[in-house]
Design a protein around this ligand. Sequence first.
Ligand SMILES: Nc1ncnc2c1ncn2[C@@H]1O[C@H](COP(=O)(O)O)[C@@H](OP(=O)(O)O)[C@H]1O
Ligand SMILES: [Mg+2]
Length: 274
Amino acid sequence: MERSVQEKIFQLLAAAGDAIVEVYNSKDFAAQTKADHTPVTRADKASSRILNQGLKKLFPEIPIMDEENPIAAYDIRKNWKQYFLIDPLDGTKEFIKRNGEFCINLALIKGTSPEAGWIYQPLIRTGWYCQRGEGVLEFNAKGETNQLKQPLIDRDVICIAASRSFFKPREAELIEKIQRNFQVEILHCGSSRKQVQMVKGNADMYLKAGPCSEWDTAPGQLMVEEFGGAVLRHDSFETLQYNRKDLINPPFVMLNARLNNPAFIGFMEEIIRE
Ligand SMILES: Nc1ncnc2c1ncn2[C@@H]1O[C@H](COP(=O)(O)O)[C@@H](OP(=O)(O)O)[C@H]1O
Ligand SMILES: [Mg+2]
């Protein structure tokens, strides 16, 4: 993606992020509960509006799939060669709890894989951008950028990122099994910050056994893969794919480069199947 277009997308994310923070700092979130029992607020909707308007202007020919807008029927979207995938406010529960752990997720999906991805953390006005094959760039709302290096991890303990608000018994059970062979630390956090923690070298693994959707994982998956990691389904140990008929992801595990090796993957397959 050209530098000038990259900058426009960074600005768009900063504008959506600032709209989220404006609601965050106000007293009225107008929180409602959706059919999947997850919340939505005025901030999700404001961010979605800004991102959709901006992307349509920049890329009128590329369709958009957005958590907060009606989604095209599978018969239509299965023919899309590429599309933007948006979670305008990932970690709405964290937003409502006012702990700052929320992000905007944006990805450009080509075929069934993320080709470009952005995670933006509104409260610190900082984001991470990856174009497949070109590494990961940290950027901020002032337009400054910094190419990240793949983290060199020098610790024995395995640090596992897991949901703060949707932590499931199955995830706890798998962590207990990992603890039989390894020393483990658990890092609970909300939203795509879990994947950012992997990209920055603070987590080695992200374990998910409960439901989440394709827009919750796309940009983070790309960044984890870019730094030598893998995102594997519990059922087949194949790579997580996008634009599936069912947009809810199957249980998966994200592994960083350190754990993405046959011995550790074999161990995970064993404990998941036993
Ligand atoms: N029953 C369910 N169905 C679909 N997605 C769910 C879900 N329960 C939780 N999630 C997803 O999990 C995300 C938060 O996960 P985590 O706690 O790991 O950050 C939520 O993102 P949103 O906040 O964007 O809705 C939500 O989409
Ligand atoms: Mg989400």
